[in-house]
Design a binder for this molecule. Sequence first.
Ligand code: AQP
Length: 331
Amino acid sequence: LPRVLSGIQPTADSFHLGNYLGALKQWVALQDDHDAFYCVVDLHAITVEQDPATLRRRTLVSAAQLLALGVDPDRSALFVQSHVPEHAQLGWVLQCMTGFGEASRMTQFKDKSQRQGTTGTSVGLFTYPVLQAADILLYQAQRVPVGEDQRQHLELTRDLATRFNNRFGPTFTLPEAYIPPGAAKVLDLQMPDKKMSKSLPPAGCVNLLDDPKVTAKKIRSAVTDTGREVVADPAGKPGVTNLLTIHAALSGQTVPQLEEHFAGRGYGDLKKELAEVVTDALAPVQARTAELLADTAELERVLAAGAARAREVAAPTLAAVYDRVGFLPAG
Ligand code: AQP
């Protein structure tokens, strides 16, 4: 089976619709015909300042949501990144092969460091994409399901793999980004020129664990565009197009079908129906997440088994890397 790997940061109390439709939905689908490795990337989470108790809680909440969304631990290894020390170990080797200028060109770093300011920006935030490359290359993953915003990091990963292979001999599989055609970039409901993100004000971001009333209010208040017709037009009507894209991704209908369905009706109808579609889709996810968090024993068992399985694959990759770069065997 082809191998797939992806990760998500435990940096919020809930994932949002962008995370789900851009990435996590594909995580679930790919399990059917892939050997899947999925991780909660807590090492990445400390690239910005964290509160220890909050990080611990969010790591569990993240794992619970992944299971509730349909990640199946019998078919996929679900684990916490810090439980597999090979990530940090390979990360260091790859950092030593990354150019300073090359890392400086990453747009996510430019955006995030601007928000943090120079004193708040850690070196870890700068080398984040290199650790992400290590996450992927350790597992010899062929596919990486991510949203559009991750395309540049995937390119860096491929460049580093190629560089290593050319210099030390074939070691890493070259991975490809697996970006969904429909909802690769879910937009913020208040600022539909930006991707939905937990770092923007909460009104524009629909969280999977939001109360249904809160979700309905966020959707009702979504910024729409001038005009009245419910039609997709990414340049002229980004807000309405975004609502249609979310609807289509969750309801399984196509955007043209939805345009026909809403013909002669206004934005208010679209928002009302979308709120129902979203809250109906999220209700079982919320219930299952709560159940898993009420007694975390099962969750902890799943994560321990996932880490053991991950190490079976990660350890031989790291051993080959250490050997090829010239580290003396430990004996
Ligand atoms: N708006 C989005 N549309 C589509 N996909 C998205 N992803 C994130 N936002 C969108 C995808 O979600 C996965 C998890 O990414 P992450 O753990 O790196 O989270 P993030 O990108 O940090 O999420 P945010 O909310 O955007 O956080 P900030 O504001 O801190 O940058 C990835 O596959 C990502 O593509």
